[in-house]
Design a binder for this molecule. Structure first.
Ligand code: ADP
Ligand code: MG
Length: 344
């Protein structure tokens, strides 16, 4: 089809480059489109109350592996990660739609399992499943979830509001989901070589749960509301702390400085990293799929959040010219979107 034309590999552009390109070709014409492409969710509406919309597409073999992910967990996670994008705008999710592409490999019982997980997440986070689409696929399973939410205009938090001296905060802890995935991959390889060997995942409940059944941080949105703190910027950590912090910084036109000893890491994450011969800090910075909230707050809000065990201040926003930096003991190391190469 495109043989005779110039050909650019998508891998040269990368996911973010491709999205940027699509974004540049889109012209917003509707008054009700407050925010289009470029944040965790789009913002739509006239008047103060806005609607938030976010979509994710999950493909078997790319985003999940059914050899170790139970369908019920998959359904739960597909919803959870979408709701996370609504929370990342400081909004409240209200509805979802779910579209699935199915090959004949899947019996009704499999779909029942998937929807048990989907509905469990809907119930837990108090959202309605209001529609979707069902189609057959040549092979494998495809799931697309769209989450709809609401927020008052004055409370919506974008990626682009961080300013110099703001504190950088993150909820929960980092790196566990990535280590959960590495353990599951390891056991899969062992099983492939010798099916008689039983998986050895004892002692790794936490990291496995973080990978298989992530919980979006609705509780953090409640805390912020209770403490009357509106972050200056926010994103959920889906790609990894480094990469997601850089989204905040590039969109806000600022730099950052985070401190290695402040990174929140669960001790079972560190144990798993040791067992797998991985550097815990690298996992926390680049692991991804944590679905924690990363946000910046004005200095004046520090007192309201500082004693909350669910939130950790990991650094501060600097001038753009200072770049993106990680302070490790007496060293300052530049952060990169791909991660922190110096430790590898
Ligand atoms: P997240 O990691 O929070 O899900 P993404 O990196 O997937 O965010 O998307 C960033 C932004 O780009 C969002 O506004 C999203 O709606 C938009 N986007 C992603 N893919 C496309 C696409 N194919 N067409 C239009 N917009 C897209
Ligand atoms: Mg997001």
């Amino acid at each position: 089809m495109l043989e005779d034309k110039e050909r650019t590999e998508l891998s040269d552009l990368g996911e973010f480059g491709l999205i940027d390109r699509i974004a540049k070709s889109v012209e917003i014409t509707q008054k009700s489109t407050v925010k289009g492409i470029g944040d965790d969710a789009a913002v739509i509406g006239i008047g103060k109350q806005k609607m938030l919309v976010s979509t994710d597409l999950l493909l078997e073999g790319i985003h999940f592996d059914l050899s170790y992910v139970p369908l019920k967990h998959l359904g739960y996670k597909a919803v959870a990660v979408n709701l996370s994008d609504i929370y990342a705008m400081n909004g409240k999710p209200t509805q979802i739609t779910v579209s699935i592409g199915l090959s004949s490999r899947f019996p009704l019982e499999a779909i029942d399992e998937l929807y048990t997980g989907i509905l469990l997440a809907c119930d837990k986070y108090d959202v309605d499943l209001v529609g979707g689409d069902t189609t057959s696929s040549v092979s494998g399973l495809t799931i697309s979830v769209t989450a709809i939410g609401e927020a008052n205009e004055d409370h919506i938090v974008y990626r682009n509001g961080a300013k110099e001296t703001d504190l950088i905060c993150v909820s929960g802890d980092l790196g566990a989901a990535y280590l959960g995935l590495q353990l599951l991959e390891r056991e899969k390889e062992i099983f492939k070589d010798n099916p008689a060997i039983q998986p050895d995942l004892t002692g790794h409940d936490y990291v496995l749960e973080r990978q298989l059944k992530p919980e979006p941080r609705a509780d953090i949105i409640d805390i912020l509301k209770l403490e009357k703190v509106v972050p200056t910027s926010m994103i959920d950590v889906s790609d990894g702390l480094s990469s997601d912090l850089m989204h905040i910084c590039t969109q806000s036109g600022v730099g950052c400085r985070i401190y290695i000893e402040k990174l929140p890491i669960d001790h079972t994450t560190a144990l798993a990293a040791e067992e797998l011969n991985l550097d815990t800090t690298v996992c926390a910075l680049n692991g991804g799929e944590d679905y924690e909230l990363l946000f910046t707050v004005d200095l004046k809000d520090y007192d309201r959040l500082k004693d909350n065990p669910a939130i950790r201040v990991i650094g501060h926003i600097t001038d753009k010219g200072d770049g993106y930096n990680l302070v490790s003991h007496d060293q300052i190391i530049p952060l990169t979107a791909q991660g922190w190469k110096h430790l590898e």
